[in-house]
Design a protein around this ligand. Structure first.
Ligand code: GTP
Length: 415
């Protein structure tokens, strides 16, 4: 395809047939190989009151014991006083693809009598990760950017079956512009099918009423029918009613399945008719992980970055460009360095010239002295010559010599 419209990219695109194989069809493979070499980074945050099954769900999602069972404080023992944020990282590999998974846990959220500012440490954590990324971007060497921004925040809603609680709404309102929010109904096995459906409707209408943006798989024009249907199915399950379990139980047919065993039967985690775990995993891990990372970078982080620079008094003009564009920054640093060099060079030249002038002055002085001595000597010799001529004439004319005082010694004629 050739862009006939020049640099603005708005020109008509003519499709051209290639006469032979050029090779760029190998680009996806190149990208694939580079990605495999670098590995991927994904940061998921889990938020919700303690005991809602956050750790269990993460273990279930990534089929790994990322979290060990927690020691629950006994009555009288100290409980965490704040929302103490911790993060656990693990490198997992599947089919040759490496994924550095980080889970940010926020224990203690909503556990206090006064939960007014529970969201604040979480917002601070998300923002400090943005700041860290911004800092890296502004460095001269940007080849090793590590992306520790939160790409998805799974928000656990207590399975009350009523509606969202004020703390849920407050949290989501504070966070929806900074992170991809994925609300889930925790421990959905404690609600009946009908209760789950009604609860979902209520939650969605609360979310809409408060103008909260939650993550939706985006729809693209050129997507195939299957993908469109897949996305619609995922969207129809939001907020996902999940059940977590990292234990294997024996199903009715004798199969070993991940699930929870009850006296009346078994809830299978991986059974789509039992809960939405499969759809959540599909979206989060199998189909939309890259979308989540992209949306974090292109929209959430970009907005944060613009706001941050604006609040620092830098308007979205050339100075922002300069501030954030490493190439421009580098050119500026280079110019400053060149100017410094030129200044040093000029100073050195001046000192050199001064020294040369001094030397020349000295040379001129000694030349004048030499010249004066030369003249003196010449005059003395001339005088001697005249005296000798005078003597010669006297000798020749027979007149007696009347040498001046000391002349004998002087001319060596005394003997
Ligand atoms: P904190 O880390 O203290 O905030 O707790 P948490 O949210 O990580 O909960 P955790 O995963 O430790 O689970 C708490 C308890 O709930 C454990 O006994 C789990 O077995 C149980 N649990 C986890 N998931 C589910 C679920 O989907 N349904 C039911 N019924 N119980 C669950």
């Amino acid at each position: 395809a050739v862009n006939a419209g020049g640099m603005d990219g708005k020109g008509t695109v003519n499709r051209k047939k290639l006469s032979s194989w050029v090779g760029f069809s190998n680009l996806p493979n190149q990208v694939h190989r580079r990605s495999l070499r670098r590995g991927f980074q994904f940061v998921a945050m889990v938020v919700g009151e303690s005991g809602l099954g956050k750790s269990t769900l993460i273990n279930t999602l990534f089929e790994t014991k990322l979290y060990q069972p927690k020691v629950i404080p006994l009555p009288g023992q100290e409980r965490p006083k704040t929302v103490d944020i911790t993060s656990i990282s693990a490198e997992i590999e599947e089919g040759g693809v490496r994924l550095k998974l980080t889970v940010v846990d926020t224990p203690g959220f909503g556990d206090f009598v006064n939960n007014e500012d529970s969201w604040r440490p979480i917002v601070d954590n998300i923002e400090s990760r943005f700041d860290h990324y911004l800092e890296q971007e502004n460095r001269v060497n940007r080849s090793k950017l590590s992306d520790n921004r939160v790409h998805a925040c799974i928000y656990f809603i207590q399975p009350t079956g009523h509606a969202l609680k004020p703390i849920d709404i407050e949290f989501m309102r504070r966070l929806h512009t900074k992170v991809n929010l994925i609300p889930v109904i925790a421990k959905a096995d404690t609600l009946t099918e009908e209760e789950v459906l009604l609860f979902k409707q209520r939650i969605l209408s609360d979310i809409q009423h408060h103008g909260i943006q939650i993550f939706h798989p985006p729809a693209y024009d050129n997507e195939d029918e299957e993908t469109v249907m897949e996305n619609e199915e995922i969207i129809s399950k939001v907020p996902f009613a999940v059940v977590g379990s990292d234990a294997l139980v024996t199903g009715a047919d004798g199969r070993k399945v991940r699930g929870r065993a009850y006296p009346w039967g078994i809830i299978e985690v991986d059974n789509e008719t039992h809960c939405d775990f499969v759809k959540l995993r599909q979206m989060l891990v199998r189909t939309h992980m890259e979308e989540l990372r992209e949306h974090t970078n292109d929209v959430l982080y970009e907005n944060y970055r613009t706001d941050k620079l604006k609040s620092m008094g830098v308007s979205q003009d050339e100075s922002v460009f300069k501030e954030t564009n490493p190439a421009v920054k580098q050119a500026e640093e280079r110019a400053m360095y060149d100017a410094k060099l030129a200044k040093i060079e000029a100073e050195m030249k001046m000192v050199f010239q001064q020294k040369v002038q001094e030397k020349e002055q000295k040379l001129r002085q000694s030349e004048e002295e030499l010249y004066a001595r030369h003249r003196e000597m010449k005059e003395a010799l001339e005088k001697q010559r005249l005296e000798l001529e005078d003597k010669k004439r006297r000798v020749e004319s027979g007149r007696p010599l009347t040498p001046e005082k000391g002349s004998k010694k002087r001319f060596g004629l005394g003997k």
